[in-house]
Unconditional design. Structure first.
Length: 266
């Protein structure tokens, strides 16, 4: 990727993200909703599901319901219920299983692919809104984004300048050296942030480890799908970065687990 376009785009994205997080409310809801629909659009397009227009409309309707469920006065009764927690964790585990086994389950069934992709987005990106709505939501959301942005960027640059050993056949551009560089840089950064903000070290350090691992696997899971459909990027909407799904893949698996970890331990 060209750094002359990658870095300016990253600066713009970070600025918009910080403004949206601080602003919160309707602005943040609309922003996350837009990202969710664009992300699902890229996935459905990648999987050639637009030949089933009525079905794709149905899938967008499902996603819309999930997003609006974050705006209910009793929203946390729904999202904190045992069935929803179980489904959210199951989807994360399924994605991990597929990545480890390097195989998308039911990859030949377009209807199942579309439905599971919609559930994956619906039980992920709306958690951004839920996390932000908590009293300490601004700091937690910013910390979450900083952790993933750091591991993504540090892995990219470490791999670019030091990478020699391939991490996985799923993504030939990712290296063990880059991953180690990303993990170590993120851990050191998080320790500094935890210390500066005077947060409880152990639970936040464990949370950082969980986010890093899920971010890496989320990235690999998207690479597995792109490899299946023989494409490089989910789209070209973001100069130097690819598509919305390319930018959000590291967040998707980490979001629900971060939310429920926050509920249980923080």
């Amino acid at each position: 990727m060209n750094l002359s376009t990658r870095i300016p785009t990253a600066i713009i994205l970070i600025s918009i993200a910080i403004f949206g997080i601080i602003q919160g409310g309707l602005f943040f809801f609309i922003g996350i909703s837009l990202l969710s629909f664009l992300c699902l659009h890229e996935i459905l397009k990648m999987k050639h599901l637009y030949i089933y227009i009525p079905y794709t409309i149905f899938l967008y309707g499902i996603l819309l319901v999930f997003l609006f469920l974050t705006q209910l006065s009793q929203q946390y009764i729904f999202w904190n219920s045992i069935p929803i927690i179980t489904i959210s964790i199951f989807i994360v585990l399924l994605s991990l299983f597929e990545t480890i086994n390097k195989k998308i389950i039911s990859s030949q069934n377009n209807y199942i692919q579309g439905f599971t992709s919609t559930l994956k987005i619906g039980f992920s990106l709306p958690f951004f809104i839920l996390i932000r709505n908590y009293p300490t939501g601004i700091s937690l959301t910013l910390l979450f984004i900083i952790i993933i942005a750091t591991v993504d960027s540090a892995s990219y640059f470490s791999g670019k300048f030091l990478g020699k050993t391939k991490l996985s056949s799923i993504s030939p551009n990712k290296t063990i050296e880059g991953t180690i560089g990303g993990i170590s840089t993120t851990l050191l950064s998080s320790i500094c942030i935890i210390w500066l903000l005077n947060l409880k070290f152990t639970p936040y350090f464990i949370l950082t480890l969980i986010i890093i691992i899920l971010a890496i696997y989320g990235d690999l899971h998207e690479s597995l799908q792109k490899r299946k459909f023989k494409i490089k990027d989910s789209s070209s909407i973001l100069p130097g970065h690819g598509g919305i799904y390319d930018r959000l893949d590291s967040y998707i698996l980490a979001l629900p687990i971060t939310y429920y970890y926050y509920l249980c331990f923080l």
